[in-house]
Design a protein around this ligand. Structure first.
Ligand code: PRX
Length: 649
C-alpha cells in the first residue's frame, strides 16, 4: 500500500459547502443532487433531452440513445456544429464582446480575444483549411504550443467536420509519425516553436523529422509563426498560417453535422505498446463537456476560469476549449511553465486577471507545496471562488494545502475523476451541494452509474477494494478506438458483461464516496500523464544494446509515480553510466520528455515465472525500495532477487 492510500484510509475530515456558496449554485443541496441523479440514470431520455436543449441544434434528434452494446449512438438523427455552439450562438448576445480567451505567453505577452474576434479568427482559418482542400471527415494533426491558435485550429476543424487529433507538444517526432500513420492525417498544423522554461521547443523541426521518410498521407503542413526560430520550409508541402490568411475572407458558415460525426481522436496509453486513438463524437461529447462546466464548475458570466492543462490532453480539449466556450465563459490560457521566471507565476496570473475558478493537477499542487508558501502568499488570491483537481488521486495533505493556502479556506474543491475515454467528468463533487473529504472524488456525476466490483463483476461491500466500472452508457463516452473496434470491445467492455471497465482500482466508503487508488493495469500515471509501461519497454528494446526490459512505477513525492526501468543488455555490451544516459535519451526520442525514465537499473536477468512471465509485482517492490513480500513460489531463479536490489547510483 502506498503512503497516499494509507493516508486516505484514515481520512475522516468533512468539509461542507459554505451557505453563501450554495445559495448561488445551480445545485444547492444533496437532495437536489440525488433527485437529478436518480432521474439521470432511471429516466435518461428525459434527463438528457432536457440538458441537450442547452445546445443549439440545426435539426433536433429523433431518439436520445441507440445502445447496441458496446456501441452507442446518442441523439440519433440530430444535426449540429460544435464551433457554432462555442461561438456563433454567443454573437448577438451580451457575450459578443466578452473575452472568450485570455492568453498569456511565457515571455509575458498578453492577448484578450472576444467571442466576436474568436469567431472571425476561426472562420478565417476554416477557410484556410478549405483553400488547402482539406475535407469533412479527413484527419488533421495539431501539434502546437499553448497559444490561442491551437484552439482556433481545433474549432476551425470542428466548423467543417474535419477530425482533429492534437498531439501534446512534449511528444517526440516518432510519436507524431506513429499517430499520422494510425489516423491517416492529411495535414499537420504546427508552429515554428513554443516557449517552455525560457527555451524554444522546436515543434516544426519535430514535424519535419516525423515526415522525412515519406510514405504518409500528409500533403500540407500549416505553420504558425510563434517563436520566430529558424525553420525549414518544404516547398509544395509547407505554408505559413499568416500568408494563407491573405487569401481568405471571414465568411464561413458552420457545417451542420450528424450528432455522431467524429469530432476528434486523442491518443492515449494503454497496456500494449501502441497508443490507442480514442474517438469522440459531436453531440454527446459536447454535451458532456458543457454540462460538467455548468454543474461542476458552475461557470458564470463573470467568472475568469483557468484550466491549467495543455491542449494536448483531454482536459485541454474539454475544459480549456469546448466546455467553457459552449458555456460562453472566459477561458484563460497560459503558454508556459509554472516556475518561469520564478515559482510565483501561477499566483501572479491569478492576481492580475482576477481568476475565480482554478482547475489544476495534484502533481502541480505537490510541486507548489515544495516550493514554499511564500510564493502564493506574495499575491492576492481573493478572487478565487472555486478550485478543482484532476489527473490522479490527490493525497489529503495536498488537498488541505490547496484548500487553506490557495483557497483561503473558503473555496470548495471539486476533485474530478474521469479519463480521456469518458470525455468529461464522471465522479466528482458538486461545489454547492457535496460535503467533501480530502482525497476522494466523492459521488457519480449525472448519468453516471458507477460501481466498484470484484473479479466476478459483483459489487463489493463498503470499504472493500475492487475495480471501478460504469454500468450504463453516457453521452460523452468514447465511441471506439480509431480503426480498431475489436480493441475497443476487448479493452473496455469485455472484463465484465455490460460494464465499462475503467482500468482503475477503487473502494467506496460508508457514504458511498469513491476513493480511486489508481491504475490497476500496466499504465503509469506520471505527473498526471498516462504512460504505458509497454510503450517504454518497446522504446528500450528498440535500442541496439538492450536485450530485455521491464518497466514499473515507483511512488514519487511530486509526480505521483516515477518510471523505473530494469534492463538486461546484449552480450558484450558494457552496462555503464554512458549507456544509462543513452537509454534515457533514447526513450525521450522515441516517446517524448514525458516518458523520461527516472531510473535505469541494469540486471543480469529479470525475475520470471517458470512459464516465462516477468514478475512485475516483485519489480515494483524492488523499485520502491521495499523488501519483496508475498508469493514468490513461481519465481524461477531466487538468486536474482538479491542481484536486483541495488539502485541507480
Ligand atoms: O487513473 C485515473 C486518473 O487518470 C486516469 C485517466 O487519465 P487520462 O485519460 O490521461 O485523463 C486524465 C484527465 C482526465 C484515470 O484512469 N485520474 C484522473 N482523474 C483522477 C484520477 N484518479 C483519481 N482521482 C482523480 N480525480
Amino acid at each position: 500500500m502506498s503512503k497516499n492510500t494509507a493516508n486516505q484510509l484514515s481520512e475522516t475530515r468533512v468539509f461542507k459547502p459554505a451557505k453563501e456558496f450554495s445559495k448561488k449554485a445551480r445545485i444547492q443541496n444533496m437532495a437536489q443532487y440525488r433527485a437529478l441523479w436518480e432521474e439521470s440514470v432511471k429516466r435518461p431520455d428525459k434527463f438528457w433531452a432536457r440538458e441537450a436543449a442547452d445546445l443549439c441544434w440545426n435539426k433536433k434528434w429523433l431518439k436520445v440513445l441507440d445502445w447496441q452494446e458496446p456501441f452507442a449512438k446518442w441523439f440519433v438523427g440530430g444535426r449540429l456544429n460544435v464551433a457554432e455552439n462555442c461561438l456563433d450562438r454567443h454573437l448577438g448576445t451580451a457575450r459578443q464582446n466578452k473575452a472568450a480567451i485570455i492568453w498569456e505567453g511565457e515571455p509575458g505577452e498578453r492577448r484578450v480575444i472576444t467571442y466576436q474576434q474568436l469567431h472571425r479568427e476561426v472562420c478565417l482559418f476554416a477557410n484556410v483549411l478549405k483553400r488547402n482542400k482539406i475535407k469533412k471527415g479527413e484527419r488533421v494533426l495539431i501539434y502546437m504550443p499553448m497559444i490561442p491558435e491551437a484552439a482556433i485550429a481545433m474549432l476551425a476543424c470542428a466548423r467543417l467536420g474535419i477530425v482533429h487529433s492534437v498531439v501534446f507538444g512534449g511528444f517526440s517526432a516518432e510519436s507524431i509519425k506513429d499517430r499520422v500513420a494510425d489516423c491517416g492525417a492529411v495535414a499537420v498544423i504546427t508552429a515554428d516553436g513554443g516557449y517552455r522554461r525560457g527555451a524554444i521547443v522546436p515543434l516544426k523541426a519535430n514535424v519535419d523529422a516525423a515526415l522525412k521518410d515519406g510514405g504518409h498521407p500528409v500533403k500540407r503542413v500549416i505553420v504558425f509563426r510563434r517563436a520566430g526560430n529558424d525553420i525549414h520550409i518544404e516547398e509544395g508541402r509547407d505554408v505559413w498560417w499568416h500568408r494563407e490568411l491573405e487569401y481568405v475572407d471571414a465568411n464561413c458558415p458552420p457545417v451542420p453535422l450528424d450528432s455522431e460525426a467524429p469530432l476528434f481522436i486523442l491518443y492515449t496509453s494503454g497496456s500494449t505498446g501502441k497508443p490507442k486513438g480514442i474517438l469522440h463524437s459531436t453531440a454527446g461529447y459536447l454535451l458532456g463537456a458543457h454540462i460538467s462546466c455548468k454543474y461542476v464548475f458552475d461557470l458564470r458570466d463573470d467568472d475568469v476560469y483557468w484550466c491549467t492543462a495543455d491542449i494536448g490532453w483531454v482536459t485541454g480539449h474539454s475544459y480549456v476549449v469546448y466546455g467553457p466556450l459552449s458555456m460562453g465563459a472566459t477561458s484563460l490560457m497560459y503558454e508556459g511553465a509554472p516556475n518561469w521566471p520564478d515559482n510565483g507565476r501561477f499566483w501572479k496570473i491569478i492576481e492580475e486577471f482576477s481568476v475565480s475558478v482554478l482547475y489544476t493537477a495534484p502533481t502541480a499542487i505537490r510541486a507548489f507545496i515544495k516550493w514554499g508558501d511564500e510564493w502564493p502568499k506574495k499575491h492576492d488570491l481573493s478572487s478565487l471562488r472555486l478550485l478543482g483537481t484532476v489527473g490522479e488521486p490527490i493525497n489529503p495533505e495536498a488537498w488541505m494545502w490547496y484548500h487553506n493556502v490557495i483557497g483561503g479556506g473558503r473555496c470548495p474543491i471539486v476533485d474530478t475523476w474521469w479519463q480521456t475515454e469518458t470525455g468529461g467528468h464522471m465522479i466528482t463533487s458538486l461545489p454547492g451541494a457535496t460535503p467533501t473529504k480530502p482525497g476522494t472524488a466523492t459521488l457519480p456525476f449525472f448519468g453516471v452509474d458507477a460501481a466498484v466490483v470484484d473479479d466476478n463483476g459483483q459489487e463489493v461491500p463498503p470499504n472493500t477494494m475492487g475495480k471501478l466500472v460504469i454500468r450504463k452508457p453516457w453521452p460523452s463516452m468514447l465511441r471506439t478506438v480509431w480503426g480498431d473496434k475489436a480493441r475497443y470491445k476487448k479493452t473496455y467492455w469485455s472484463e465484465f458483461k455490460g460494464m465499462y471497465f475503467a482500468g482503475d482500482g477503487a473502494r467506496r466508503d460508508k457514504d458511498g464516496y469513491f476513493w480511486i487508488t489508481g491504475r490497476i493495469d500496466d499504465v503509469l500515471n506520471v505527473a498526471g500523464h498516462r504512460i504505458g509501461t509497454a510503450e517504454v519497454e518497446g522504446a528500450l528494446v528498440s535500442h541496439p544494446a538492450v536485450a530485455e526490459a521491464a518497466v514499473v512505477g515507483r511512488p514519487d513525492e511530486i509526480k505521483g509515480q516515477g518510471v523505473v526501468c530494469f534492463v538486461t543488455v546484449k552480450q558484450g555490451v558494457k552496462a555503464d553510466y554512458a549507456l544509462r544516459d543513452a537509454l534515457k535519451k533514447h526513450v525521450r526520442t522515441m516517446i517524448g520528455p514525458v516518458a523520461t525514465p527516472d531510473e535505469i537499473r541494469f540486471a543480469e536477468v529479470l525475475p520470471k515465472t517458470r512459464s516465462g512471465k516477468i514478475m512485475r509485482r516483485l519489480l515494483k517492490q524492488i523499485a520502491a525500495g521495499n523488501a519483496v513480500t508475498g508469493d514468490t513460489t513461481t519465481l524461477e531463479d531466487f538468486s536474482i532477487l538479491a542481484k536486483l536490489g541495488s539502485a541507480e547510483d
